[in-house]
Design a protein around this ligand. Structure first.
Ligand SMILES: Cc1cc2nc3c(=O)[nH]c(=O)nc-3n(C[C@H](O)[C@H](O)[C@H](O)COP(=O)(O)O)c2cc1C
Length: 299
């Protein structure tokens, strides 16, 4: 029985964000203890050459990683890697610290095995997070940094804001992801346009040769998405991460008013985007799938 199967009935009795905070505490303080870590690794990590992959010049011992948003402040790296992830995507990191949106902002749909969140990039800011990662980096598995924009930054200053986070974290990440697709920062998704992605990746390529990805929304118009992805690749992106959460609330029975839906309810939408992108870009770029992947078969 996995830790998740053992603990989820108890965690599910708590409010979702409290359950998350409790899990964070355990992954930060308990799982990294030497004997506990050995035990957790023996139960969760699978070492098999058939799972090794190399993507964008980075070697992964297995291809299933943790998506952004769970470890926003890079406080759980040791604990999470003991759970068997092949890589961790940390953040979203913004330049200035943010407290995020008012609570409650994380909702569980137990029957639908899904969540809806309106967190709003709560994080400690790029300098603090980079300082923490300096003590760990380089790490035994690849670490990605998901880069976002502060809520109070004007649209016209977005490029500089992304650049500042990238510069602060450049030495503590193996790859970087530009997040233009969270539904919880006003107008962020408007940046998913050809002009901005061109500027963004051109700017980033003057700063680093490390892999750079674009994380996209599952709610874009198909033609616009293809144009944005094509321009991103032309301008220096190493690949696309598809997808972030959806604001198509038809995928759950009793949605809340704001936030993005993730988990099994997102799966078909995310897969549909992967299919469209695969048809257009397979062999031309790297596609990383996220959304409702909850077992090995699905992965
Ligand atoms: C509570 C929560 C917070 C999230 N925060 C972020 C975030 O900060 N940045 C980001 O790019 N995606 C964020 N996501 C989206 C996930 O990275 C992922 O794209 C989405 O949840 C779909 O994957 P899943 O169905 O496996 O959860 C968040 C998701 C959840 C549930």
């Amino acid at each position: 029985m996995s830790l998740y199967q053992m603990l989820s009935p108890y965690l599910f009795k708590l409010d979702s964000e409290r359950a998350h905070n409790l899990a964070e505490w355990a992954l930060k303080h308990i799982v990294p203890l030497p004997l506990v870590q050995d035990f957790v690794v023996s139960q969760h990590c699978v070492f098999d050459e058939r799972l090794n992959v190399e993507v964008a010049g980075i070697r992964f011992y297995n291809p299933v990683g943790l998506a952004a948003g769970f470890d926003k402040n890079a406080t759980m790296v040791r604990g999470l890697s003991a759970l068997g992830f092949g890589f961790l995507e940390l953040g979203t990191v913004t330049q200035a610290p943010q407290i995020g949106n008012a609570k409650p902002r994380l909702f569980r749909y137990e029957e639908e095995k899904s969540l809806q969140n309106a967190m709003g990039f709560n994080n400690q800011g790029s300098l603090e997070i980079a300082k923490r990662l300096k003590n760990l980096y380089p790490y035994s598995i690849p670490l990605g940094i998901n880069v976002g924009k502060n809520k109070n930054i004007m649209q016209s200053d977005s490029l500089k804001n992304y650049e500042n986070v990238l510069l602060d974290c450049l030495e503590v990440g193996d790859y970087f992801v530009f997040n233009l697709s969270s539904p919880n920062t006003p107008k962020l998704r408007d940046l998913q346009n050809v002009t901005f992605v061109q500027e963004l990746f051109k700017m980033a390529r003057t700063r680093t040769q490390k892999p750079l990805f674009l994380k996209i929304s599952p709610d874009m118009d198909k033609d616009e998405m293809l144009k944005v992805v094509e321009m991103s690749i032309k301008s220096g992106a190493s690949g696309i991460i598809a997808t972030n959460t959806t604001i198509d609330y038809s995928v759950v029975q009793n949605p809340k008013e704001s936030g993005g839906v993730s988990g099994e309810a997102l799966r078909e939408k995310s897969k549909a985007v992967l299919k469209i992108l695969s048809e257009a870009f397979f062999g031309k770029t790297t596609l990383i799938s996220v959304g409702g992947i909850s077992n090995a078969l699905e992965a």
